[in-house]
Design a protein around this ligand. Structure first.
Ligand code: FES
Ligand code: MG
Length: 570
């Protein structure tokens, strides 16, 4: 066997001495020569006390190590940063590229023949896959898995679709302090990622469909024994990949696999964030995502998975119904089943092994979909020359075609200060506009696109309004919400030109979002526009790097210097 320890030797001008030194130091940990003369599988450790979603990572690591050793290779666990949604300031998105760089460089810097990345909370899997594509070492992804559901007064609860719904009830005065406190302890009843079709679940499903993780890895609940058996099996696969030196991400990820991911994103009613992350992943490869093609896929691919926020169920129900393999089986010719996976199987093999679960109703057939069209639609218009996205599956049907008066908020802070002001001039027919909340403007494109319904309207029974912004939205949220308006206002996008009282027209069937103000007036406004100054924090360090190099949503919000040039997926 060849030792992975010889890889990437630190140069002291004498390779023999470098290896001698490396071995001398690692032997300080008590390793034998037998252990060290084996292929090495690196395993990322993203456990953090700040990341409850990753609470089962230590147990996953133990199981993965067991699998690696059962297959005769040697596991080496190493830390990378960990990002949890509710603990990352200013936003988790702000840190995604940092995690991608950290992960990529640590994969490159340390000797390993293959790597297992363990992640789950929204930005972690995209960061890790971006890193894996760039490092191009054989990679196995193990998602941490979704939480199990919670219960409250006979109702099933899920983080965080129900967090928002019940908080809205509390805001509207329909729930008292004691009850919202009780709910607070029941929304996230176990470790693992949000158990609705939020970004974490979306990414895990797409990554499974891209063949980068083992079948069922997206859906097994985080605390289940099966999750750890899957981790053991993943360890075995990673060991085989270390010995075979492949397949590498560059060998697995073809235009077909990126297309399959887009089909799955639509069919699961996935998170709008999934589109940005998939774009960023593609930009690390020679392939590209095409928004027009993505929209076209959405017109052809129905939503088949009945999960919140678009539907009714939760990830564990999706799992017990057969998970992603069953979904791929239902999608049939809409996916390219010849695409390969880490285990050497094709998706056709995965589909052949999909479980048939009589009576399940979480994964529908194509002739009985949740929605005839896919979850996400791409909009264009004078407000969004480079596109915007709406999750139509989670929108109110009556608002999908709507014209209303703009009520503009200059920033997230401005919105927070004024949205509940009883004096705010707003009606339920208006369009709430939030700007300066994009990738550069906020910075980090916060999930502020889900603007709260102004309190006075919420108390009057308004549940949804058209809301538009250059921000993102949590995949767990519900509403008629136009997001990722590109270019963003902070770089001079037309969103910067909207004034209170302008009329804005949304027509999802026509895929349009228009500011009904004539071009000459818009030109006058543009001429008066002052360029946004860089924030003080952006003078140094990571904030400077971010401010200087962050790209727009249609390019995946990666740093401009991290991409590869390449061709579009056709
Ligand atoms: Fe971690 Fe939702 S907060 S996945
Ligand atoms: Mg989220």
């Amino acid at each position: 066997m060849t030792s992975g320890l010889r890889k990437g030797l630190t140069s002291y001008g004498d390779a023999g001495f470098s290896l001698f030194l490396r071995k001398a130091f690692i032997k300080a940990m008590g390793y034998s020569d037998d252990a060290l003369e084996r292929p090495i599988v690196g395993i990322t450790n993203t456990y953090s006390d700040y990341n409850p979603c990753h609470g089962n990572v230590p147990q996953i690591i133990e199981a993965a190590k067991r699998g690696v050793m059962l297959s005769g290779a040697m596991p080496f666990v190493f830390p990378t940063i960990s990002i949890a949604e509710s603990f990352a300031h200013p936003t988790s998105m702000y840190l995604r590229n940092l995690m991608a760089m950290d992960t990529e460089e640590m994969i490159r810097a340390q000797p390993m023949d293959s790597v297992i990345v363990i992640g789950g909370c929204d930005k972690t899997l995209p960061a890790q896959v971006m890193a894996a594509i760039s490092a191009d070492l054989p990679t196995v992804v193990i998602p941490v898995g979704p939480m199990v559901v919670g219960h409250h007064k006979g109702e099933v609860l899920g983080a965080c679709t129900d967090c928002r719904r019940l908080w809205a009830k509390y805001r509207a005065g329909e729930m008292d302090d004691a009850e919202i406190e009780a709910v607070n302890g029941r929304l996230a009843p176990s470790v693992g990622t949000c158990m609705v079709m939020g970004t974490a679940s979306t990414m895990a499903c797409m990554i499974e469909a891209m063949g980068l993780s083992l079948p069922m890895s997206a859906t097994i609940p985080a605390p289940h024994a099966e999750r750890f058996r899957l981790a053991e099996a993943s360890g075995k696969v990673a060991a085989e990949m270390a010995k075979a030196k492949g397949p590498k991400p560059s060998e697995l990820l073809t235009p077909a696999s990126f297309k399959n991911a887009q089909v799955v994103l639509q069919a699961i009613g996935g998170s709008t964030n999934g589109l940005i992350h998939l774009t960023a992943m593609a930009h690390r490869s020679p392939h590209r995502l095409d928004l027009e093609m993505f929209d076209q896929i959405g017109r052809e691919v129905p939503v088949l998975v009945d999960l919140k926020p678009s539907g009714e169920h939760y990830m564990e129900h999706f799992h017990h119904a057969g998970g992603v393999p069953k979904l791929l089986a239902q999608l049939g010719d809409l996916v390219d089943l010849d695409a390969k996976t880490i285990s050497g199987q094709t998706l056709r093999d995965v589909v052949a092994n999909a479980e048939d679960v009589p009576g399940q109703d979480a994964i529908r057939s194509r002739d009985n979909p949740i929605k005839k069209e896919g979850g996400l639609a791409i909009l264009h218009g004078n407000l969004a020359p480079r596109g915007a996205v709406i999750k139509q599956s989670a929108a109110s049907p009556k608002l999908l075609k709507h014209t209303g008066r703009a009520v503009v908020f200059e920033s997230v802070e401005d919105m927070t200060l004024r949205v509940d002001d009883p004096e705010l001039d707003v009606t339920a027919d208006d369009v709430l506009v939030l700007r300066n909340a994009g990738p550069k403007g906020a910075p980090g494109m916060p999930e502020a696109g889900y603007l709260p319904i102004p309190k006075k309207l919420a108390r009057g029974g308004t549940k949804d309004m058209v809301r538009i912004s250059d921000a993102r939205m949590s995949g767990t949220a519900f509403g008629t919400i136009v997001l990722h308006i590109t270019p963003e206002s902070a770089v001079g996008g037309p969103l910067a030109l909207v004034k209170n009282g302008d009329r804005i027209s949304l027509d999802v069937a026509k895929r349009s979002i228009e500011l009904l103000v004539d071009a000459a007036e818009l030109e006058r406004r543009r001429a008066a526009l002052k360029p946004a100054a860089a924030p003080d924090e952006a003078r140094r360090g990571y904030a400077w790097l971010f401010n200087e190099t962050i790209m727009q949503a249609d390019e995946g919000c990666d740093f401009d210097f991290m991409q590869r040039t390449g061709k579009k997926t056709e």
